[in-house]
Design a protein around this ligand. Structure first.
Ligand SMILES: [Zn+2]
Length: 466
């Protein structure tokens, strides 16, 4: 009944308007104001009435047409008619019908979508309204793609006034139960928005910039591209080409201010871009460790000074070494804050230190420091020439190898029954030393070889006089 009277009222007003138009075209004010665009766009509506919420006033005192709740209505059915328990919202109608009226009002200022002229499914556009399902349901068209209609609604299941968006239905299916389609004064603006947010703008060197793209509106499948404009550069470089992935992780390598562009493209080719700025506040972590020498003699010390610059403060250092003739590195100092490391390499040949500095953000910088040991270690090869008897001479062969050469020997001795060391020779360059044994018992000789670099090696030799 109501619908019929409404339709006749519309037909009537159209006829009147037409008649008036013929008479005085310049003063004609159409009953439906012609608009170039909707006052608000689809994203506005979807934000105002979130998908899954309820267009009702459960728990509230009265009508809540501009709001929503988290709680469903509980409608009851009597004899095929829907009755409310009083929690449904109202805008010149209740439930689905009132909701579409409200959307029509927000978009075009209309009080009732049924005030709009009729249209056909062939001419259907975003913003139009449909009454169907044998005059039991109203929906708000948000997109038309060929035979597919996308729409929003309230109370689609007739039981709870739930708000739904981005539902899809074919025109053929609508046609089966269509009561009427109504033409909105303008196409609903469906803005394609890039809503990506980058919350962090200051990064330490080595830190990754993680971005998750976010968009609203747009049609079909949305794809994403990520580009960066590095400090002091003029052109963006693509970090990740257009793909379905919303995620991008980027590791900046130099200090300075960057721009990061997130491009989203929908299936109709619309592009929504968003550009962010962020800065990297620390320099690249650089290992500046050094050694006090690159060449040394066997037995000398080499000292590593471990240092770094850039990165994030809180450096820890590790030292590995490759010994002469080896292909592998051996850890000789685990990660610690100590900045000095001393080694006395004995073996002749080439060595490499591999020094690692790790900063508090986990970045690591490695520096290799090579050195060589130019001499073999000093060895004392002195020996007793033979066993001796009392009254004979004990003969010591004085011999050495390695070291810096130019050997000299010092000889000390303890006699049988004495612990006192007697110096026999301070420094001799001879090859032999002879000592006449006068007592029976154990003689111990301490032979020390010195090379020209001051290295010393002592050999203990004993003989027994009988
Ligand atoms: Zn309800």
């Amino acid at each position: 009944m109501r619908i019929l009277s409404r339709i006749s009222a519309i037909i009537c007003s159209v006829m009147l308007a037409a008649a008036f138009y013929t008479a005085a075209p310049t003063e004609y004010t159409p009953s439906v104001e012609v608009q170039a665009a909707s006052r608000v766009d689809l994203n506005y509506l979807m934000k105002k009435y979130p998908d899954g919420k309820y267009w009702n006033h459960v728990g509230m005192n009265g009508n809540n047409a501009d709001g929503y709740t988290d709680k469903p209505c509980h409608h009851s059915v009597y004899g095929g008619y829907y009755h409310t328990n009083g929690t449904c919202n109202y805008f010149n109608q209740i439930q689905c019908w009132g909701f579409v009226n409200k959307l029509a009002n927000l978009c075009y200022g209309s009080q009732r979508y049924t005030d709009w002229p009729r249209t056909t499914l062939a001419k259907l556009k975003a913003g139009d309204a449909i009454r169907f399902k044998n005059n039991s349901h109203s929906i708000f068209v948000t997109g038309v793609d060929g035979s597919i209609v996308t729409y929003g609604e309230c109370n689609g299941n007739y039981t709870d006034c739930k708000i739904r968006w981005n539902l899809k239905i074919t025109k053929a299916e609508i046609a089966r139960t269509l009561t009427a389609a109504y033409s909105a004064p303008a196409e609903l603006t469906v803005n394609f928005e890039n809503r990506t947010v980058l919350t962090k703008t200051d990064y330490k060197f080595g830190e990754k910039v993680n971005i998750t793209a976010s968009t609203a509106g747009g049609s079909g499948n949305v794809r994403y591209e990520f580009s960066v404009l590095k400090p002091n550069e003029k052109n963006y470089a693509v970090v990740q080409k257009y793909s379905d992935s919303k995620y991008c992780s980027y590791k900046p390598w130099v200090r300075g201010t960057y721009k990061f562009k997130v491009s989203a493209r929908d299936s109709s080719g619309r592009i929504a871009e968003k550009v962010f700025s962020f800065s990297v506040t620390a320099d690249e972590l650089v290992n500046t460790s050094s050694a006090d020498k690159s060449s040394l003699k066997s037995g000398e010390n080499i000292t590593l000074s471990l240092s770094a610059k850039g990165g994030t403060s809180g450096y820890h250092y590790r030292v590995r070494i490759k010994f002469p003739g080896s292909n592998n590195y051996t850890v000789i100092k685990n990660y610690s804050a100590n900045t000095s490391f001393v080694l006395s390499p004995a073996e002749f040949g080439n060595y490499t230190f591999k020094t690692d500095v790790k900063d508090s953000s986990g970045s690591v910088s490695t520096k290799n420091i090579s050195f060589k040991v130019t001499t073999k270690p000093l060895k004392n090869l002195s020996s007793m020439a033979k066993q001796t008897n009392s009254g004979e001479e004990a003969v010591i062969n004085l011999s050495a190898s390695g070291g810096a050469g130019d050997y000299s020997y010092s000889i000390e001795m303890t006699s049988p029954g004495s612990s006192e060391r007697i110096t026999l020779r301070k420094s001799t360059k001879g090859k032999k030393y002879a000592y006449r044994l006068t007592e029976t018992g154990k003689y111990t000789f301490y032979v020390t070889v010195n090379d020209s670099d001051g290295n010393a090696k002592t050999e203990t030799l004993a003989t027994f006089s009988e």
